[in-house]
Design a protein around this ligand. Structure first.
Ligand SMILES: Nc1ncnc2c1ncn2[C@@H]1O[C@H](COP(=O)(O)OP(=O)(O)O)[C@@H](O)[C@H]1O
Ligand SMILES: [Mg+2]
Length: 259
């Protein structure tokens, strides 16, 4: 990527509004920019519209109003240059780990790569998530944490400019979740991907984000933002982390009581 292109946002959304048919607006007047390689956490209480916003930003659902541009082009459908990870790993049970990781590379809209490049991408992604040696296993033989590693590898294999992740670690136990948070930061840096991570977990947001965007209200909007300039690993900066945590918690509670 040239210096010039590196200055362009990966994703730029302006004045987005979304309403489910027959319902009041889920969110309104949301503008958000994600820069290349930036990890943005979208934080908010349950039901505030985070998943809906993520689906709109990923091109899975059209906004009711507003514009989205992804890599300097208007977004009208999910881009092959983005990838998604959800709370459920959603692996295909009849494919092995390697088969699942390679699965996203076979869609017709995916840029063409040779079989050798495909094999290399799959192996690199599997190695990066710590599953070397498990290539031939089937999903039924994987723990929840391992399945989420496969889902992350499947996304990485596509070399996305932007990774959309909707509460990807919420179903995992605390230790596995902490491991996955560290892994996520490490691999997206290595893959040079930007990330939009949706979470209701303040700690998760603080541990991984370059920027935290707080969503709230009815209809949902962006209430506040924090740039998190603490070096990784954040866990080594306990005092600053806990100060930020309290500040965000106060903003969340203030937001709720004023709603
Ligand atoms: N398919 C749908 N049809 C109608 N309403 C929906 C649908 N999906 C979600 N909603 C509603 O939209 C609001 C936002 O949901 P969601 O985006 O899932 O919030 P979050 O991810 O923050 O928990 C909720 O009130 C939810 O009930
Ligand atoms: Mg959600």
């Amino acid at each position: 990527m040239s210096e010039h292109l590196a200055d362009h946002p990966a994703l730029q959304a302006s004045a987005l509004r979304f309403a489910y048919p027959g319902s009041a607006a889920t969110f309104d007047n949301i503008s958000l920019t994600i820069r290349p390689r930036e990890i943005v956490c979208l934080l908010g209480g349950s039901g505030c519209g985070k998943s809906t916003l993520l689906r709109v930003l990923a091109g899975l659902q059209a906004p009711s109003a507003g514009q989205i541009s992804f890599l300097d082009a208007p977004l009208t459908e999910p881009s092959p240059r983005s990838a998604l990870v959800f709370q459920q790993a959603s692996l295909l049970p009849w494919l092995t780990v390697a088969g699942n990781v390679g699965f996203g590379l076979d869609f017709s809209r995916q840029p063409h790569i040779t079989p050798a490049q495909r094999a290399q991408r799959v192996q690199q992604a599997i190695d990066a998530v710590g599953l070397a040696g498990c290539e031939g296993r089937y999903p039924a033989a994987l723990s929840g944490g391992m399945a989420q590693r496969v889902a992350l590898a499947r996304a990485l294999a596509r070399e996305p400019e932007l990774l959309f992740a909707d509460e990807p670690f919420s179903a995992l136990d605390a230790i596995t979740r902490a491991e996955m948070q560290t892994l996520l930061v490490e691999v997206v840096h290595r893959w040079h991907s930007a990330v939009l991570l949706v979470t209701h977990d303040i700690d998760e947001a603080i541990l991984v984000a370059d920027r935290i965007v707080l969503m709230g209200g009815q209809p949902g909007r962006i209430v506040r933002e924090w740039q998190v300039d603490l070096p990784q690993p954040r866990i080594a900066h306990a005092a600053a982390v806990s100060a930020l945590r309290l500040e965000i918690l106060a903003a969340l509670l203030g937001e709720r009581s004023s709603a």
